[in-house]
Design a protein around this ligand. Structure first.
Ligand code: WTA
Length: 650
């Protein structure tokens, strides 16, 4: 095997000043292929690329490091075995602070990944097969992900808060053959029956042949002979513990991650190995200004893209120490985050605005109780951060001393796209500030015309490929093309509205499509409507987002029910049942905050629901609903307005 070692003579690609940033940015635009080749040169490849980039946005495709061969785990693990085998790779903090933490050195992580790779192989998993992971935030989740990558299998992590029905939809879409699960999941005071949920899902997943179950809580579970296997027993039975990394093409898929869009069906966003690898490490090091010795903690769940790119891959590629947290911010009390920061002397801390607001609401005393002097950089991700939360984070957590990196990006972008570089880019509250090198954002007006200059507002698009961009939506390339490249010819459309201020700084204004952002989690309105409509008494529903103090956006559902059903059961009973239906079809994260039973919805003569009006009503702002004359039945608006009062007087 011919392995090219990283180019040691190459000067460091790290950005250390605003001048470095400006120079890197210019080069990334003027000579993008040379720019990314220089960075890619610092990785281990079994074979170098023939061509850096080939792309076309009209008929979408983008390929990076064409012809190159590597394995991402060689770069996450083997590489560090030589230079820093005993350095801690993962610190795992359990849900219960009285349970001991786990520290895995790079050597131990390597050994565990290799061992589990052999378990997967033994169960018939081959290169290109799909493996679904539905697990708590435990080291084995990261190990499972890396083991898939090591043998060339495609991992698809499903957030363990999704319901059995949502899980089976994803397994079936991916046609996965193996699922990794656990007996239970400790979350705060709860003990969630993971295995039972998976078992229910598997009743309608004919592609699954094996389930490998981690013992975590000790809950009693039923094991199905021939299908279900205990994780620890499989490891005990191993005869071979080392596992050579499968040599993969740069453009082989690494993972599928399902996310919400404008239609009811979740889409499987596919990322490929080479570009994702190069971009996640580059963005991790530069945005957080990672230095040797930093202890880095991202509080996300690996079930979301943030966990993929900035708990697992980015930090491990950089050889960093990454903290994984099993629990929730308020257990055993609202000081938990700060207690963990103190315990491990966290220097780089990355969380979501919803968590910041929730903890802010608990009062400053929880923060003051702990020594946070180790903190150097604070990060924010997932939704626009409001000024108040930004200031509180900056003053109380960072003690006016830590730059905040407000990182804008998406599942589809794979890595951080617009963000300050910590301590380098002057920050401005609520602004994601400037694009990373290689990222070329543009704002388009309704007609698709580029808005030039500063002080403009429009739809955020990207006009040039970057290495970690989405390659396809699993099994349906046309959907990928239509969703992201169909709206504006020649551009990747993000779905976000954005302002470029007079300084050229970017501020994300939120989604302009039918996606709402609840506690930093993307939720398609159509998905929630589909779930609500499963209730037998529901005739039709329309879901919109509205501003929510803690969650960023809340879910407001307008629901038409069968007249008879309304007469027979109380409205309260109906609401309760609808919430149960949503929990059953998607998961508790999609439960509407408000359900208003209505007799009609504001529709145009062509039958389209005018969501603009519903959004206004949901916000409690009915003073100016705009033009309602095109409505089929304008009177329905007054009725809905009247009914909404119940939610706005409280
Ligand atoms: C929103 C999460 C404002 C945005 C990484 C985007 C943000 C969607 C920010 C993607 C931010 C994410 N400021 N909005 N810093 N970060 N968003 O796929 O609407 O779960 O389109 O990826 O979250 O959500 P996703």
């Amino acid at each position: 095997m011919r392995v090219s070692s990283p180019n040691k003579h190459h000067k460091t690609m790290r950005i250390r000043s605003l001048e470095d940033y400006t120079a890197a940015y210019r080069k990334s635009v003027d000579e993008p292929e040379r720019f990314w080749a220089d960075i890619a040169d610092t990785f281990i490849w079994n074979q170098k690329w023939d061509k850096v980039l080939d792309w076309n946005f009209e008929d979408y495709y983008a390929k990076w490091f064409i012809g190159a061969k590597t394995n991402i785990t060689t770069n996450c693990l083997d590489r560090h075995l030589l230079s820093q085998p005993e350095k801690t790779a993962i610190i795992w903090e359990p849900n219960d602070p009285n349970e001991p933490e786990i520290r895995l050195s790079y050597r131990q992580l390597y050994e565990k990944v290799c061992a589990f790779s052999n378990v997967l192989k033994k169960h018939g998993v081959k290169k290109g097969d799909r493996v679904v992971l539905y697990m708590p935030m435990v080291p084995e989740l990261a190990i499972g992900v890396l083991a898939c990558a090591r043998i060339g299998a495609i991992h698809s992590v499903v957030f363990a808060g999704f319901s059995a029905s949502a899980l089976s939809d994803r397994i079936n879409d991916a046609q996965a053959t193996v699922v990794l699960s656990s007996d239970g999941n400790f979350r705060g005071t709860k003990d969630i029956a993971v295995k039972a949920i998976v078992d229910e899902a598997l009743q309608s997943c004919p592609s699954i042949q094996k389930q490998i179950v981690l013992k975590r809580t000790g809950a009693k579970v039923e094991m199905q002979q021939g299908r279900d296997f205990w994780w620890h027993q499989e490891l005990e039975n191993l005869t071979q513990t080392d596992c050579e990394a499968e040599i993969m093409d740069s453009e082989d898929p690494l993972f599928i991650l399902y996310t919400s869009g404008s239609t009811g069906k979740p889409k499987g966003v596919v990322h490929h190995i080479g570009g994702y690898m190069v971009y996640t490490k580059y963005s991790f090091e530069n945005v957080f200004q990672y230095n040797e010795g930093d202890i880095y903690w991202c509080t996300a769940d690996i079930g979301w893209i943030t966990g993929h790119s900035y708990i697992v891959y980015g930090p491990l590629l950089a050889g960093a120490t990454t903290v994984m947290f099993e629990g929730v911010p308020t257990f055993p009390d609202a000081g938990r985050f700060w207690q963990v920061v103190e315990k491990y002397k966290i220097s780089l801390f990355y969380t979501a605005p919803t968590a910041i607001r929730a903890l802010q609401a608990q009062g400053d005393a929880w923060v003051k109780k702990h020594d946070l002097s180790s903190l150097r950089v604070l990060g924010s991700v997932g939704e626009p951060i409001n000024e108040e939360a930004w200031q509180w984070y900056y003053q109380n957590v960072g003690k006016n001393n830590c730059p905040i990196v407000d990182t804008w990006w998406q599942t589809e972008t794979g890595g951080i796209m617009i963000s300050p570089l910590a301590g380098i880019t002057p920050t401005k509250p609520t602004y994601a500030t400037l694009p990373l090198p290689g990222v070329q954002p543009v704002l388009l007006d309704g007609e698709g015309k580029e808005l030039k200059g500063n002080g403009v507002e429009g739809n955020l698009c990207i006009k040039f490929p970057w290495p970690s961009m989405i390659r396809t939506t699993y099994g349906d390339h046309e959907r990928c093309q239509q969703t992201y490249f169909g709206m504006y010819k020649g551009y990747y459309f993000t779905g976000d509205g954005c302002r470029r201020d007079p300084d050229g700084y970017y501020r994300i204004l939120g989604r302009v499509d039918d996606v709402i952002n609840v506690s930093g989690h993307r939720m398609g309105t159509a998905e929630v409507e589909d779930a609500i409509n499963q209730h037998p008494a529901v005739v039709e529903s329309a879901v919109v987002g509205y501003p929510h103090e803690i969650k960023g956006q809340g879910i407001y559902a307008f629901v038409i029910c069968d007249g008879e059903a309304v007469a027979q059961s109380s409205i309260e009973q109906l609401r309760k049942e609808i919430l149960q239906t949503v929990t059953q079809h998607i998961g508790a994260i999609a439960k509407p905050d408000k359900i208003q039973i209505v007799t009609g919805l504001p529709k145009t003569r062509s039958g389209k629901i005018m969501r603009r009006i519903l959004r206004k009503i949901a916000e409690g702002d009915t003073s100016n609903l705009g033009d309602t004359t095109t409505l089929l039945d304008p009177a329905v608006v007054d009725e809905i307005k009247e009914g909404a009062k119940e939610f706005h007087t409280a």
